[in-house]
Design a binder for this molecule. Structure first.
Ligand code: XMP
Length: 517
């Protein structure tokens, strides 16, 4: 296995994911992890992540220098390279890149290392992604230059004897040419067997859940989506009837969804006893008058927990419930919580992360907190979950509430449900569903003037959105064939009372996000 030492980079989960793509088990551990804990018999390599600091900042994440004496290969990335140079070379090793800081796409010229970290990549120029203000000026003894940037800064250094490697750019980011190859080369240098699979992941998680829960019971939300259904299946495998999945209708699900989901869960998982709680009125009452997106998310997150705690107490009359399982994924985490001390803003408080109340009676279990959606789909397949479920588009926990701009009312929910049903049905009928990452309809709070029959109308404008994506972190607009959008628009405007205009959202992510709120 390879350990990623987390120095606060927003990309550290990408590093872990790239390593996992090579079928090697990876764990992200804080930079403060004692060296004694890192010296485990199964450790084959260490990657030191980037981070938003300078090594000279007070409190910058400096791990023990003994990390380099463990005897396994080490790869430093960005701040990881600077801290490696600083710890091994002394305090003049790193300097601010006065006037020539490197952010964004940057050319790097590879001069050596094509027999190790740059194997399979020709000497010469590649495009990379950089994000740093400091540069390495003095390499520690034993290192040689492996690459320099177009700006003239050191971009990669290697000590082949101690098997220490460092790059100033981010190989874990898609914008770096050959980034995957560089990480795959490191995996080879570490001598990893490449035999870790989603099957191993399932076994490990089941063991972990059993150890943690002991004789207690757990409840969990199940929405019928990929994440919560897969996580519930795993929990059911681990705990059997001591796991109690609950489907909460929060009043902002898609049209007929609760019934449909209960139907297919019953068909596919007859042994899992799914409880159904209709809390629609409670959620909608809490949302009344609220227009701020973050507030909506927090209200929904808090109300979910309240409902779960109530259910836990109800079931708990007979058995002790201590744990709540949620199908949180890594992108929910990264967009909800600024890296510790880091410069990023919270983008959205995904309801099951940033939307949680501060005090909770139940302890959280989040088996997929480190995974991306496509990795969860792999786990789902391995668990024998049918495509009908793992192939579903993502649907956010706060549901249609974050697709209704402005106040959420039962009338607006009904309007949006009907428009969305028509859009999604057309997408399925025309064979687009599996090519799209996510399709959705937004009900704006703007009304536009139209004419129907001979009468003037003044109704809401709705927005259709369909995107392709790998993991939801970035997204591109899906290009429908010419008549498709026109036909869906006419269908919605003619059939859905309350909408008289439909537009298509062509914004990629970034700069947009997938959901409107
Ligand atoms: P954004 O809008 O941030 O969405 O580009 C990225 C992906 O995350 C989903 N999403 C959520 N999922 N709880 C969830 O479970 C949430 O609060 C939440 N907010 C956004 C979104 O649908 C997209 O797939």
């Amino acid at each position: 296995m390879i350990i990623v030492l987390d120095c606060g980079s927003q990309y550290n989960q990408n590093i872990a994911r790239r390593v996992r793509e090579n079928r090697v088990f990876t764990e992200i551990r804080p930079y403060t992890t004692p060296v004694g804990e890192l010296r485990r018999p199964d450790l084959e390599g260490i990657i030191i992540s980037g981070g938003p600091w300078s090594v000279y900042d007070e409190g910058s994440p400096l791990y023990p220098k003994k990390v380099f004496d463990i005897g396994v290969p080490v790869l430093g990335i960005c701040y990881g390279m600077q801290s490696m140079a600083y710890l091994l070379g002394g305090k003049d090793a790193v300097e601010p890149a006065e006037g020539r800081r490197e952010y964004g796409p940057m050319e790097v010229i590879i001069t050596s290392g094509t027999d190790s970290i740059f194997k399979g990549i020709a000497k010469g120029s590649i495009q990379t992604w950089m994000s740093h203000g400091d540069v390495v000026k003095g390499m520690p003894d034993g290192f040689k230059v492996a690459a320099t940037s177009g700006t003239g800064h050191l971009s990669a250094m290697i000590d082949p004897h101690r098997r220490l490697y460092a790059v100033q750019f981010h190989p874990e980011v898609d914008n770096t040419e050959h980034g995957r190859d560089i990480l795959a080369n490191f995996v080879d240098i570490c001598g990893c067997a490449r035999d870790w699979t989603s099957g191993n992941f399932i076994e490990e998680k089941i063991r972990e859940v059993r150890e943690r829960v002991g004789d207690a019971h757990a409840i969990g939300g199940i929405s019928g989506g990929v994440d919560s259904t897969t996580a519930s299946t795993l929990m059911h495998k681990a705990l059997g009837s001591r796991y109690h999945p609950i489907l909460v209708d929060n009043g902002v699900l898609r049209k007929g969804e609760a019934r449909e989901v209960l139907g297919y869960l019953g068909r596919h998982f007859p042994k899992m006893d799914v409880a159904y709680v209709d809390a629609g009125e409670l959620f909608l009452a809490r949302l009344a008058g609220v227009t701020d997106p973050e507030e909506k998310r927090k209200i929904i997150g808090g109300t979910f927990i309240e409902v779960f705690e109530r259910e836990a107490r109800r079931i708990g009359m007979e058995v002790p419930i201590r744990y709540l399982m949620q199908g949180t994924l890594y992108p929910d985490v990264i967009e909800s919580v600024p890296a510790y001390g880091g410069p990023q803003d919270t983008i959205k408080s995904h309801h099951n992360v940033g939307g949680l109340p501060e005090r909770m009676d139940l302890e959280l279990i989040e088996p997929f907190r480190e995974l991306f959606k496509d990795e969860v789909r792999e786990v789902a397949k391995e668990l024998g979950i049918p495509k009908e479920i793992y192939g579903r588009h993502p649907f956010p926990g706060p549901g249609l509430a974050i697709r209704i701009i402005g106040e959420v009312t039962p009338e607006k929910v009904a309007i949006l449900q009907e428009a969305d049903r028509r859009f999604i049905t057309a997408i399925r009928e025309h064979g687009h569903y599996d090519r799209i990452w996510q399709a959705l309809t937004v009900l704006t709070d703007s009304k536009s003037v139209g004419v129907m029959g001979d009468a003037r109308t003044h109704e809401y404008a709705a927005v259709l959105r369909a995107v392709t994506s790998r993991d939801g972190m970035t997204a591109d607009v899906y290009e429908f064939p010419p008549r498709f959008l026109r036909d869906v628009t006419v269908d919605i405007v003619n059939s859905v009372r309350g909408i008289n205009r439909v537009t298509y959202d062509c914004t990629p992510k970034p700069p947009g996000t997938i959901e409107w709120e």
